[in-house]
Design a protein around this ligand. Structure first.
Ligand SMILES: *Cc1c(COP(=O)(O)O)cnc(C)c1O
Length: 232
């Protein structure tokens, strides 16, 4: 089942790239494996997937220990500063940075471990009250405040678009984030290397690709619905 799903998702990515006149190699699929058992991740790995997304530090660390070391782990969930220590050095990317305080904590821990952590700034483009993330207007001023943090590298922007039955309703949010991404890229700021636009989930990744996404985060479309009651 997982392999068939992956085949379908890759076909859809390919078609969306064609429609947008983009090269398929510009888009990385992140298999969002939160709540799913390691056997399922292994199956996706065997199919060829190497990027996995988790939203809880503890779960990411557990899976990191038992699965192959050539996996790139993506921390996509809200991150508390007291958990930064555990995730720095394990996550290839942290997608969910939305404050100076958090960026400073990641920078400090990265300095201690003598590495540079790749981060994305999470933007709440639709300004949904229930979601984390910066407002569009706050992104550039925050980047200015982060420019002396040399043990993080700001690689791009991430958004979680509203849940919708009709992905077209999210197109404008993706477009707005892409515009900001291009705008920041043109400014050549220290420790900013804009190359990642993380947007699009199971319901809307094709539209996100048409609007410039370079990373799509697909969970349900690969692993099936999540059951939060049962501990898997
Ligand atoms: C769970 C999650 C996803 C995947 O959602 P699906 O709708 O299952 O594809 C993507 N991004 C983030 C940040 C998530 O928490």
């Amino acid at each position: 089942m997982i392999k068939e799903n992956l085949k379908t998702v890759h076909e859809n990515i390919s078609k969306a790239c064609k429609r947008a006149g983009r090269n398929e190699s510009e888009v990385t699929l992140i298999s969002v494996s939160k709540t799913k058992p390691v056997e399922m991740l292994q199956e996706a790995y065997d199919y060829g997937e190497r990027c996995f997304g988790e939203n809880k530090v503890q779960e990411l660390c557990k899976k990191y220990e038992v699965l192959p070391k050539d996996i790139a782990w993506h921390m996509i969930g809200h991150l508390q500063t007291n958990k930064v220590k555990q995730v720095v050095g394990k996550a290839d990317y942290i997608h969910s940075v939305d404050s100076l305080h958090l960026a400073q904590a990641i920078n400090k821990e990265s300095e201690k471990k003598n590495l540079v952590t790749k981060i994305l700034l999470e933007v709440n483009v639709a300004e949904e009250e229930t979601k984390f993330g910066l407002h569009l207007a706050d992104v550039k001023p925050l980047i200015q405040q982060m420019k002396d943090l040399h043990n993080i590298c700001i690689k791009g922007l991430m958004t979680i678009a509203p849940y919708t039955e009709d992905p077209e309703t999210n197109r404008q949010y993706f477009r707005d984030l892409h515009n900001l991404y291009v705008d920041i890229s043109n400014e050549n700021i220290d420790n900013v290397d804009m190359s990642v636009l993380s947007m699009g989930m199971t319901g809307d990744y094709e539209v996100a690709i048409e609007e410039g996404a370079t990373m799509v985060r697909v969970g349900t479309g690969i692993f099936g619905a999540r059951n939060y009651n049962k501990s898997e």
